[in-house]
Every structure is written in C-alpha cells, then in structure tokens.
Design a protein around this ligand. Structure first.
Ligand SMILES: Nc1ncnc2c1ncn2[C@@H]1O[C@H](COP(=O)(O)OP(=O)(O)OP(=O)(O)O)[C@@H](O)[C@H]1O
Length: 318
C-alpha cells in the first residue's frame, strides 16, 4: 500500500499547530481510516468533508484522543493529546445540553475547566468563567454563571459550550457536525459565534461537516475524504470551484444549482464500499467515470498539483 508523502500540508512558513501523519484506525483488523496525513496551521479552519462513512468523525476523535476503546490506531498525531488535551486542543460538542452537567452551575463547570489546565485560585477561575460567559454574549454573566444548564435557553447553552471550548485559548478546536441538530437560522448563528470566538482566542478549527455552504463560508482549506483516505486537500476556493479529483467533482456536481436550503451533501450514484470489502486499486474506481484499468490495479498516491494535494490517477483541471 503506498504511504503518504512526508509533508502533506500547504507549504507554509509557520509551524503547524497540529500534525497528523499516516493515521490508521482499525476495528477488528479492518482499517477504516487508511493512512491520513495533514497539518493544521495557526488560526486556520480545515474542513473534513466526504460522504457518510468516509472516516471524518473517527479522524476528529483521534485528534482529541477520544477513539472508541476497541479502535486500534497507528501513526502520529502531534501534539500528543495524552498530555495536551484541553490546553492545546478542545472539542466543540455537538449537543449543548448533554455536554453540560445538569447538576452543577454553568460557571462552576467553566471554572473547573480552567483549573483542569491552569494552577489558579478558585476566585481567579471563577473570574475567568464569568469573563468567558460575557465574551460569548451572555447578559449579566456574573449572575447567570450561578444558573444551572436547564435554566439557560437553548441559545444560551450553545453559547456556554462555545465559552467552555475556548476558555483555555486552545491552539485547535475540533467540531464534528456542531450544528447538525439545529435549524438553518440557528446553524448560521452558532457558526458565526464559533468563528468569532475562535478568532478571539486565535484557535485553528478542524470542522467536520456535510454542509458545503458552511465550508465555503467558514473554512480556509478542505480535506475531501473517501473510504478512509484523502482524495483532495487544498484551499476551499480551489477545491470547491475547480475540483481536480473526480470524486470531489461528483460531490459538487450533485449539488442542485438553485438549492437554497438544501445544503447537505447529496449522494453520488452508487455507494461507498464497505471497509471490509474495498475494491483493489482506487476505492472510488467502481463509481468513477474516469476510471481505467490502472485505477483498478493501483491505489493512487497523493501528489501536489498547483498548491493542493490530489490522490487520483486521472485528476483533471476544470
Ligand atoms: N465503533 C466502531 N466500530 C466499528 N466500526 C466503526 C465504529 N465507528 C465507526 N466505524 C466505521 O468506521 C467508518 C468511518 O466512520 P466515521 O463515523 O468516521 O465516518 P464519517 O465520515 O464521520 O461518517 P458520517 O458523515 O456519517 O458521520 C464507517 O465505516 C463506520 O461504520
């Protein structure tokens, strides 16, 4: 199996704040993430996109050191999250209600998050908690900090979990479908809040989403995944407007031109292969209009094309 190139990020002078090399995740000997490598740079937003089952959520969980206990993984994720989670990298939870404990006041939970990474007095942690609630726009934050989550409205709870995720000014935030349960209006509000708070603390964001409109509006780069591998990785404007890989092009071509309100990834004809029944060669070949005999024989290695990476024998400029 070909290995990933050693430096798969966009060439950049800055040191990456997160570096993933040859990440492989398997269950019962079946690989579902198959050699993923990418970097995340300070303050950037990297979107992970691709159809259901591509391995986006597991990749996000690996970044957070939160893989299921029966997952076996190899490869490297730097920084090492066993020592740095919470300080360097933080999760933006999908469901605000279940992310907060019902039995502690919101301010206490934020203060506890501060004290889990910083040696500060209770009073200082408390002051930071109130400041964080204030920063996300919770009115009368000192008083509201004493409230329990069920006393907050849904919108305020969303704000509280964004405050929680950013309170320790992490280098990287990881958000897996952070708005999936929300209606369209609320979705935009939450993404806007997340963007604003992320910028306020200078954090990068790894965003797992099916929403290509959110990718276009909020992400700097997109990593397109198929069957556990990277298909294309590059600046959002390039990947979404001039896709090189037929898989990326297929995803975009399915998007109805006038589909306001229909923003989730549509399905391409056919279905992705099951991880334990991958075809030989390129996993996308059986669904690909450009596939040749070579594709059925050899898995394509990622190569650089005009500042982005593409893993396809027959990439084409639009
Ligand atoms: N705990 C598990 N045990 C076994 N297989 C799993 C487990 N979790 C995920 N998988 C498999 O790993 C593959 C990747 O799953 P993952 O949830 O990362 O996909 P995804 O791209 O996030 O999909 P979606 O967009 O639907 O969330 C899928 O084939 C899935 O069935």
């Amino acid at each position: 199996m070909p290995s990933a190139p050693s430096a798969p990020s966009t060439p950049s002078a800055s040191e990456p704040v997160l570096s993933v090399r040859d990440l492989r995740i398997a269950f019962g000997g079946v690989e579902v993430v198959r050699g993923l490598s990418f970097d995340v740079h300070a303050g950037e937003v990297l979107a992970l996109v691709g159809e259901s089952g591509a391995g986006k959520s597991l990749t996000a969980r690996a970044l957070l050191g939160m893989l299921p206990p029966d997952a076996v993984h190899t490869g490297t994720v730097r920084p090492d999250l066993s020592t740095s989670r919470g300080r360097r990298i933080a999760l933006v939870p999908q469901d605000a209600l279940s992310a907060l404990s019902p039995v502690h006041p919101v301010g206490d939970q934020l203060a506890a998050a501060v004290r889990s990474v910083a040696r500060v007095s209770r009073a200082e942690a408390r002051a930071r908690a109130v400041a964080a609630l204030d920063r996300v726009g919770i009115p009368d934050a000192a008083r509201r900090a004493r409230s329990y989550p069920h006393e907050f409205s849904g919108g305020m709870r969303q704000r509280a979990v964004v405050a929680m995720a950013t309170i320790n000014a992490p280098d990287v935030l990881v958000a897996d479908e952070p708005t999936t349960a929300l209606d369209e209006e609320r979705r935009d509000q939450v993404l806007h809040l997340l963007t604003e708070q992320r910028e306020a603390v200078g954090a990068a964001l790894v965003l797992v989403t099916h929403d290509l409109e959110a990718v276009r509006r909020h992400a700097d780069r997109a990593l397109v995944m198929y069957a556990g591998r990277m298909t294309e990785l590059g600046p959002v404007a390039d990947v979404l407007q001039r896709p090189l890989a037929p898989y990326t092009a297929g995803l975009l071509a399915c998007l109805p031109q006038h589909a306001r309100g229909r923003r989730r990834l549509p399905t391409l004809p056919g279905t992705p292969p099951a991880p334990d029944a991958l075809p030989p060669g390129c996993a996308f070949a059986p669904r690909c209009t450009r596939a040749t005999q070579l594709c059925g024989r050899e898995e394509p290695r990622p190569e650089w094309v005009d500042g982005r990476l593409v893993a396809c024998h027959h990439w084409e400029k639009a």
